[in-house]
Design a protein around this ligand. Structure first.
Ligand SMILES: Cc1cc2nc3c(=O)[nH]c(=O)nc-3n(C[C@H](O)[C@H](O)[C@H](O)COP(=O)(O)OP(=O)(O)OC[C@H]3O[C@@H](n4cnc5c(N)ncnc54)[C@H](O)[C@@H]3O)c2cc1C
Length: 414
């Protein structure tokens, strides 16, 4: 019997694993994940869209040491003029990923790693029984769900947002497990669908004056420094959020604070420069259907929009994640296995409503977007992993700290 089983070994799962081992090195823990190495999806996705700079500050990493990344950069001789950008010294993805690789390379994490998919979760005799694919079962006193977004055991449903006309093998999603960026790099007329950071990083990578990349977005490009209001990272807004007890009122606060489909000002400036250099063409239109098909490595496609038709030999949708609840089946099975008196709470969007310690059912804890009803709008982000880890470890230490306060102490990174 384990003390803790963490389902999902991404940025959230590995952050929480590190925090639990630092609180008590005697805990028996396993991290179950379908990939061989920690944060595989993060590395894969940032590489897929050729993301150059992080959107979050250098202080937001998978370790509680908020100054560690900058120390690492200096020790490793990184040119900080090239590898950070204001405000808050946002690091280059190259620097962040090298630091993340170092931070998640530990004997303890390697020996606690368990490869597999959790397909069932049941409360039995005051502990959790977790069934993995390929027939294995694991018993644990406590489970933390860190499943991220856009993953599914079923090959036909990866939880990715994909327009209905794009559900054809001729068209790839940038977060498809089999996405091959090299194919787009060989393309002569690439078209990217989407107007957020992923789409624009990819377009900047692909486009040049002799091979412009077309970006088709449903809305004019929208600018915001962060993907949610940073006020909710600290006590200023989190105090009011925590004092609000109605899940629907919290839901309204979360939705109002989020900035989906926006890009930070520096990325927007790069795109405008690239437009002037005719490396990128941004068109506001809504594609309604696609004509043509793929032949081998190439294709001759026409995307028929409301106003324009776009010819392409490669089309990639970069429209993010579906609005569905991650791991909904696991949540439903877990809820069905507990005593009916301990009824599982959800908000109107089907997101669980956990308690202050992030415990949703006895011994079942949440992180990421599944914990947004407690952690607020930044729950899915890197800082959300830190805040989830703090809630859990402060609860283990006997005093839950729902209002994050330490961030101010770490704010200065120079
Ligand atoms: C391109 C991109 C750029 C981003 N940039 C930033 C940024 O600059 N700053 C920021 O704060 N945030 C950013 N984010 C948002 C967020 O921080 C990342 O998505 C982050 O990777 C989320 O970590 P996670 O652990 O929740 O999820 P993931 O990284 O998706 O990891 C979840 C893991 O759980 C596994 N899993 C899922 N279900 C199961 C199951 N049933 N059994 C076993 N394993 C399972 C998955 O296979 C996966 O390995 C970005 C996201 C993307 C996609």
């Amino acid at each position: 019997m384990l003390d803790w089983l963490i389902i999902g070994g991404g940025l959230h799962g590995t952050t929480i694993h590190g925090a639990l081992t630092r609180v008590d090195s005697g805990f028996t823990i396993r991290v179950v994940d379908p990939f061989d190495t920690p944060c595989y999806s993060w590395f894969k996705r940032t590489d897929a869209c050729a993301m150059r700079m992080m959107r979050s500050p250098a202080a937001h990493t998978a370790l509680e040491d908020f100054t560690g990344l900058m120390r690492f950069a200096r020790n490793e001789g990184y040119d900080l003029g090239q590898h950070t950008t204001p405000p808050y010294a946002r690091p280059s993805t190259e620097l962040f990923n090298r630091y993340l690789q170092t931070a998640t390379t530990s004997h303890r994490l390697a020996s606690d790693w368990l490869r597999g998919w959790a397909i069932d979760l049941r409360r039995e005799d005051d502990a959790w029984t977790v069934s993995l694919d390929e027939g294995k079962t694991v018993r644990s006193r406590a489970v933390v769900l860190c499943v991220g977004r856009g993953h599914s055991h079923a090959a036909d449903d990866q939880g990715l947002e994909r327009p209905s006309w794009a559900r054809t093998p001729s068209i790839v999603h940038v977060f498809d497990p089999g996405f091959d960026r090299a194919r787009l790099e060989r393309s002569r007329r690439p078209v990217i669908i989407g107007g957020g950071t992923t789409a624009l990083h990819l377009a900047l990578h692909l486009g040049n004056a002799s091979r412009p990349c077309t970006v088709v977005t449903r809305h004019p490009l929208r600018c915001a420094q962060f993907d949610s209001d940073p006020c909710y990272i600290g006590p200023k807004c989190m105090r009011g959020f925590i004092e609000t007890t109605d899940p629907e009122e919290r839901r309204r606060m979360i939705d109002a604070a989020r900035n989906p489909g926006t890009v930070p000002p520096d990325l927007l400036a790069h795109v405008r420069d690239a437009e002037r250099e005719t490396a990128i063409r941004v068109t506001v239109d809504t594609v309604e259907r696609v004509e043509g098909a793929r032949e081998g490595d190439s294709a001759s496609l026409s995307l028929v929009g409301r106003d324009t038709t776009f010819d392409a030999d490669q089309v990639c949708v970069a429209t993010g994640f579906a609005d569905s609840v991650p791991a909904a089946t696991l949540l439903a099975r877990a809820a069905a296995s507990v005593h009916p008196d301990r009824c599982a709470r959800y908000d109107s969007r089907g997101i669980p409503v956990p308690g202050k310690t992030l415990e949703w059912l006895p011994g079942l804890y949440l992180s990421g977007i599944l914990a947004e009803q407690e952690l607020g709008p930044s729950a899915p982000n890197i800082i959300g992993a830190q805040n989830a880890a703090k809630r859990l470890t402060s609860a283990i230490c006997g005093r839950v700290r729902p209002i994050p306060s330490a961030w101010r102490r770490y704010a200065s990174i120079r």
